[in-house]
Design a binder for this molecule. Sequence first.
Ligand SMILES: *Cc1c(COP(=O)(O)O)cnc(C)c1O
Length: 391
Amino acid sequence: MDWKARTRAVHEGSRRSQYGEMAEAIFLTQGFVYDTAEAAEARFLEAGPDEFIYARYGNPTTRMFEERIAALEGTEDAFATASGMAAVSGVLMSMLRAGDHVVSSRALFGSCLYVLEEVLPRFGVRVSFVDGADLDQWRAAVGPGTKAVFFESMSNPTLELVDIRAVAEIAHAAGALVICDNVFATPVFSRAVGQGADAVVYSTTKHIDGQGRALGGVVCGSRAFIRKVLEPYMKHTGGSMSPFTAWLHLNGLATLDLRCRAMAETALAVARALEGHPKVTRVLHPGLPSHPQHALAMAQMGSGGTLVAFEVKGGKEAAFRFLNALRIAKISNNLGDARTIATHPATTTHQRLPQEQKEALGITPGLIRLSLGLEDSGDLIADLHAALDRA
Ligand SMILES: *Cc1c(COP(=O)(O)O)cnc(C)c1O
């Protein structure tokens, strides 16, 4: 159908039972009843598109979510997982085998780094890490044995972009699959599939849930990849999404576009308000013309996204005084929530990184990451300015 994203986000994939319920039903069931033994046999032989066997394999509510998010991302299919990390580990483990080579950007979410650095090598997969923004490093690292490249399209917490189109060209020339962890870009600003990504991964815990309630994840890709490569691995290893989570996420998708655009507008307003503040030494937001990758962000996403990182003058002590003085923004570590969240990466999400890696990634003692929520932007800026006065 020729629907725009906002229409799809409300209606795509809807399945109604014989009751014709308006809102999506939660099929909170692990199993399904067959009319006859023959019907059970036939379904185990080959389940049709609207036939289910066991919730670990698939469930009507989860299937609605998969179809809706696939339509938004522009892929043929999707598989919903129990968390973002079930999606990341599943997409890698399902397609790789001993002897394969993977190239990954170095600036990764901590658990992604664990999977690539600790888990995959245990199974004989070679992983090379590159500076994701440096195309020469991608060119040098990708070779004939490279099966996949992996990156976060916008890195955490310094909001550095990977040029999806350019990296996909390098990867495809070597026959490698492009796996894009697209959490910070959000499905609203993502054009990753058109730019060359073969599989797009989301932690749905973030913007898609949007209210900090449920852990979830999803992998979007071609039908052949999702159903023939990923699904067998996921359904037999136990990382499927709960129908209840899928139901929450279906509701999240209906408002995703409005929420992400409002959050991005606030992020830009906050970034502008922080830039040039005497207590702030640098502001990182791809929507600011001062961001070194501003042009790439506009071409790749058409937005700077919903996060802002900035450095408070005076190091950790000043950063903590700032955090403790906030009244609206909450000190936490999620993102994409309706509530604005302030994080001190050096002592929380990135605490375990060795000092030299923190420095290499720009995670300084004064760095704060803000995930902008849905509050009034004027109130938020007043809160941030008042807290900076106390820093
Ligand atoms: C949060 C996050 C994950 C992991 O998702 P969970 O839902 O917490 O398992 C992976 N990648 C990125 C970029 C994230 O922000």
